[in-house]
Ligand binder design. Structure first.
Ligand SMILES: NC(=O)c1ccc[n+]([C@@H]2O[C@H](COP(=O)([O-])OP(=O)(O)OC[C@H]3O[C@@H](n4cnc5c(N)ncnc54)[C@H](O)[C@@H]3O)[C@@H](O)[C@H]2O)c1
Length: 307
């Protein structure tokens, strides 16, 4: 069975999603919507047989299985609500900017028996799956601290840096720890004169005294996507900018040592968006959505709202 996709928003991120649906044998991009004619023309070069519209209400919902919403964040809620009546929906992160709206979308999805997915790409990455297994099998003892540094990204005018970049950290934490923080503290400010807060320092405390420190900033000359997981017996770094060696394990010589032995494990380096596309295919086929069940989106949005 080949599922038909309508994609809304062909700007920066939309083409990356489109490429991954194109590379899958299980989906076909039937139509692309963008209010910009220039961006629609770019899409026509790659998808000559698709239909093209400037308004999402032109999509014939009866001909579509999955609607992918990659428009600016301020449109996510209205568009998702509109399509969840008749289609499965994948929405770009952040799903929406408040808990009430996210709860409403989840309710719509359940009521109409339509699956709702959100593109939190890192939870579909080989690197985060690797760390997930290490935490689960306690290979390096207790997890004591996590530090995440996420710097440089396009400036947004409809969501601040926490909703834009911090959402990656909070979704990774929810996926890895399957729990919510007990304490949430956030410091947000502007380093340049723009509408939205461009920098944030976030402090979270989880059960078992696990401390988390997150730095998010759009304003940086270098792109950083680095997480350090500090266990009793090792420190694992996860650097998404590394093409191959994303995970490095620094094993401690003994418990209190500050000297380490480096190990670089083999991990799955397939594109997270490709894994997401496969996950969506299996979910639609089996009518199950395990990752997003149990209020995954609501929990994440609650933490983001507190920050
Ligand atoms: N998952 C990720 O890692 C990731 C990365 C980048 C962006 N995003 C998310 O993707 C979304 C889009 O971001 P982007 O960087 O591609 O933005 P963008 O501005 O580059 O692209 C948005 C596109 O939507 C079009 N558009 C705007 N209003 C529209 C409307 N009403 N109807 C149809 N089309 C409309 C614009 O013309 C543009 O082509 C954002 O929510 C962002 O947070 C996610």
């Amino acid at each position: 069975m080949i599922y038909k996709v309508a994609l809304i928003g062909y700007g920066y991120w939309g083409p990356k999603l489109a490429r991954n649906f194109l590379n899958s044998n299980n989906f076909e991009i039937s139509c692309i919507v963008d209010k910009s004619l220039k961006n629609l023309n770019k899409a026509k070069q790659i998808f000559p047989t698709s239909k093209f519209y400037q308004n999402h209400k032109m999509i014939n919902v009866n001909e579509i299985d999955l609607v992918v919403i990659c428009s600016p964040t301020k449109f996510h809620y209205e568009m998702a609500k509109f399509f969840l009546k008749s289609n499965h929906v994948l929405v770009e992160k952040p799903l929406s900017l408040n808990v009430k709206k996210v709860v409403e979308l989840e309710t719509w999805s359940k009521k109409n028996n339509k699956l709702l997915f959100v593109d939190y790409p890192f939870i579909f990455s080989g690197s985060i799956s690797f760390v997930y297994k290490i935490i689960k099998n306690k290979r390096f003892g207790k997890l004591l601290e996590i530090e995440s540094f996420r710097e440089q990204a396009p400036i947004r005018n409809d969501a601040n840096v926490v909703w834009d970049l911090g959402v990656h950290d909070i979704s990774i934490l929810k996926y890895l720890l399957n729990s919510n923080p007990i304490k949430v503290r956030g410091l947000k400010y502007n380093t340049v004169k723009i509408k939205m807060k461009d920098t944030a320092y976030i402090n979270l405390l989880y059960k078992n005294n696990l401390k988390v420190f997150i730095k998010n900033s759009w304003i940086s000359p270098t792109k950083i996507r680095l997480i350090k997981f500090k266990f009793q017996k090792a420190i694992i770094t996860c650097d998404e900018n590394e093409p191959l060696y994303k995970i490095k394990i620094y094993k401690k010589n003994n418990k209190n040592s500050t000297r380490y032995k480096l190990e670089i494990p083999d991990i799955d380096i397939s594109e997270p968006l490709y894994n997401l596309v496969n996950y969506i295919y299996k979910s639609i086929k089996k009518k199950q959505n395990p990752i997003f069940a149990k209020n995954f989106n609501v929990s994440i949005t609650k933490v983001l709202e507190k920050i």
